[in-house]
Design a protein around this ligand. Structure first.
Ligand code: PA5
Length: 423
């Protein structure tokens, strides 16, 4: 399902020199003995996920989605990026589905919140608020406004159309859900936000979007089996992690996650959060950045080709997307484009990828790590996220960093709360 190609990466060290360190870190992940060990629930999640709750997610979506024009998902960071990545990767940007998924709670932008309130006000809505802590300010601001909208719109019935995904016992959101009688789903204690997409956090929205979430879990389980292996010579998730560390030592400070499909833009956002929040600590880490080609070749391409040599690229290439188009022949060849007549546009995209790879690698001296994924199915998504979880955990442990906390995020909150007058 995933093929890792390091032949364009220009690594100056053998992967095998990390053999012992990888074995040790693998043990930390699987035996829960490393830094942040109370947050490694995601490692065995594909095997151990709560099967009853999983069925309840499917039942809840099936019960509500026919009477729902818009599912409003209210959450930030790990509480929304994974669902958005999955839905866009699998269904595309303009899916022909009954229920549209809209994301709020991820901004203080009054214009955005206002626009969404206006957009949904005459539609049938279900509101899914997602917060592990139950106290995240962006989420709380939007939730109060959308809760009020739901109560004005549905009166007594509002509580049957509000779903809370939160801690199983603690927090203000859990307490409110119990008081109001909202249906609730659980974010496991030992899984942090950015490792939670295959829990109810991501699965409920995916189910509303008609994604086969059994396939997501099947993909993650197969990846679990594939990457439960401490051998750097065969474990490609760990090879990717080690390649990143070698790049780091070679002096690269940024990793650009490159895709060639606009519907993978949110996968890139999810990947940036996963690696940025996990690794960027104690003055360490690669800056995770992203680009979607060929679109961004007309903006960032110049810098990558000839600008400062601070980055390498990690190219996520999907071998077969679920749709294609044949370029038509024009009788008059009015645009001189007939040289592409009868060719698949996906082939043109692939040639753009190959040409760019050669330009960046050979002429621009920009190393490339290539990750090939078979397709953009639900199964592939489930497989891919587990690959990146494993690579990220390993990458951080090789730096002796706790991959599962985010102490730096608190700093802006403290300053903001002071300015907002919060006690
Ligand atoms: O990865 C993380 O842990 C964070 O990005 C959180 O998901 C994010 O801060 C939202 O937190 P919460 O779910 O508690 O509202």
């Amino acid at each position: 399902m995933i093929n890792l190609d390091l032949s364009h990466a220009k690594l100056n060290e053998e992967l095998s020199s990390y053999e012992t360190a990888v074995k040790e870190a693998h043990k930390w992940l699987h035996e829960k003995t490393g830094k942040g060990n109370d947050f490694v629930g995601w490692v065995n999640w594909p095997l151990e996920y709560d099967k009853d709750e999983f069925e309840r997610i499917i039942e809840c979506a099936n019960r509500l989605k026919d009477s729902t024009d818009v599912l409003v998902v209210c959450g930030i960071g790990g509480s929304y990026l994974g669902a958005r990545a999955a839905i866009e990767m699998i269904n595309g940007l303009y899916p022909n589905k009954h229920t549209e998924i809209v994301f709020v709670g991820n901004t203080f932008s009054a214009t955005y919140i206002h626009q969404v309130l206006e957009y949904v006000k005459d539609k049938e809505v279900v509101l899914n608020v997602i917060s592990k802590s139950g106290t995240t300010t962006e989420t709380s601001v939007s939730f109060r406004l959308f809760k009020q909208m739901m109560e004005e719109k549905y009166g007594d019935k509002a509580s049957s159309r509000i779903i809370a995904t939160t801690d199983k016992a603690r927090g203000t959101l859990k307490a409110l859900a119990t008081k109001e009688g909202y249906e609730t789903f659980t974010i496991p204690d030992d899984i942090g936000g950015r490792y939670s997409v295959s829990t109810a956090v991501g699965l409920l929205a995916m189910a509303f979007a008609d994604i086969d979430i059994r396939e997501v879990m099947r993909g993650s389980l197969d990846a679990y089996n594939e990457y439960n292996n401490d051998d750097i010579n065969t474990n490609t998730a760990y090879q990717y992690a080690v390649a990143r560390r070698i790049m780091d030592k070679m002096g690269y400070s940024a990793e650009m996650f490159v895709t060639y499909e606009l519907q993978l833009t949110s996968v890139a956002e999810w990947w940036k959060q996963l690696f940025g929040e996990s690794e960027g600590k104690d003055g360490n880490g690669l800056l995770p950045t992203s680009a979607c080609f060929s679109t961004d070749l007309h903006s960032l391409g110049q810098f990558i080709q000839q600008g400062r040599k601070c980055l390498f690229e990690t190219l996520l290439w999907i071998k077969k997307m679920d749709s294609d188009i044949i370029f038509p022949k024009a009788a008059e060849d009015f645009d001189n484009m007939n040289y592409l007549a009868d060719k698949r546009v996906s082939w043109v995209n692939e040639m753009a990828m190959r040409g760019t790879l050669s330009a960046h690698e050979e002429d621009g001296n920009v190393p490339n790590i290539i990750i090939e994924l078979d397709d953009n199915s639900a199964y592939a998504f489930g497989y891919m996220i587990y690959f990146f979880f494993k690579a990220c955990g390993m990458s951080c442990y090789l730096l002796d960093i706790n991959p599962f906390n985010q102490p730096g995020v608190e700093v802006y909150k403290k300053k903001m709360f002071h300015l907002l007058g919060k006690e």
